[in-house]
Design a protein around this ligand. Structure first.
Ligand code: NDP
Length: 254
């Protein structure tokens, strides 16, 4: 079910960590699963990944802070060393950041820029750095192989809160919403270019999920959300490339 190689950003907790757990538990686990984490090895927030790593030789941990160009560059070099000529089949841009705002008085330029950096700029810079590896995987696939995650794909974890149509006064989170709207546009725009290189893309909303970001009030467990998202990823093809959908497959308004 899973392709040979997968890289997940922000994989040390929440949805990213659950993705790693489910992939490793699968009988069709990736031969090379790269889980990236922002904090250094040995730090408290990487404990769960390091425990998994001690039991799974196909799991590789790479430090990556998506707001640091230097960190992206050095992570790309490590990943290139791990994957070599086979390239990368699936990039999951999962890392994210959200603070709650209730009124214009709370918004600051620093806060706006921080959200845009983690949620929109970072994912695109990571994609830019790893694009050569995705291209390698697309070329390595036989000419008859179908477009999809088995060949070469990028999935951006999006949010329904990034939808302009769904803007509402009840749920402000203005900086987060705007940064996820920016991710939608960037993901869709670069998606056209990726498709020409045989790489499909998807903007995928995980639902409202019980994580540090989603809080305990969320109705969905990470386990249920991730299992459904993996089904959607498996269905990704040329026709669905560049769309914005939720974990059930419902097409969301931009
Ligand atoms: P969490 O807050 O639980 O986890 C966020 C992850 O992103 C952590 O691993 C965190 O690392 C990482 N991260 C934050 N900043 C950076 C950075 N600069 N560089 C690298 N990694 C970073 O969130 P979720 O698991 O809930 O969210 C995962 C994705 O799902 C996000 O993109 C989010 O926007 C999206 N989403 C979540 C929803 C929900 O209900 N939970 C709903 C809709 C979308 P660290 O531990 O170091 O901080």
């Amino acid at each position: 079910m899973f392709p040979r190689s997968v890289l997940i950003t922000g994989a040390n907790r929440g949805i990213g960590l659950e993705m790693v757990r489910q992939m490793l538990a699968s009988s069709a686990a990736p031969a090379c699963l790269i889980a990236t984490h922002r904090s250094g090895p040995g730090s408290g927030s990487v404990v769960s990944l390091e425990e998994l790593k001690s039991r799974h030789s196909n799991l590789h941990l790479v430090q990556l802070d998506v707001v640091s160009d230097r960190s992206i560059q050095s992570a790309a070099e490590v990943v290139t060393g791990l994957l070599g000529d086979t390239g990368l089949n699936l990039l999951i841009n999962n890392s994210g950041y959200a603070q709650r705002t209730t009124c214009l008085g709370q918004v600051t330029s620093d806060s706006l820029l921080a959200h845009f950096h983690v949620n929109a700029v970072g994912p695109i810079m990571v994609l830019k750095a790893l694009k050569p590896l995705l291209e390698k995987a697309a070329v390595a696939a036989s000419s008859k192989s179908e477009y999809g995650i088995q060949r070469a794909a990028v999935v951006h974890i999006a949010s329904t809160l990034g939808s302009l149509t769904n803007a509402c006064v009840e749920m402000r989170m203005d900086e987060y919403r705007a940064s996820k709207a920016a991710l939608n546009m960037l993901g869709r725009q670069v998606g056209f270019e990726l498709l020409q290189a045989g790489i499909v893309s998807l903007l995928l909303h995980p639902g409202w999920v019980k994580t540090d970001m989603g809080t305990e009030d969320a109705p969905l467990t990470p386990s249920a959300s991730v299992a459904s998202m993996f089904e959607r990823m498996a269905e990704l093809n040329k026709e669905k490339s560049g769309t914005l959908i939720d974990y059930t497959g419902r097409v969301l308004p931009w």
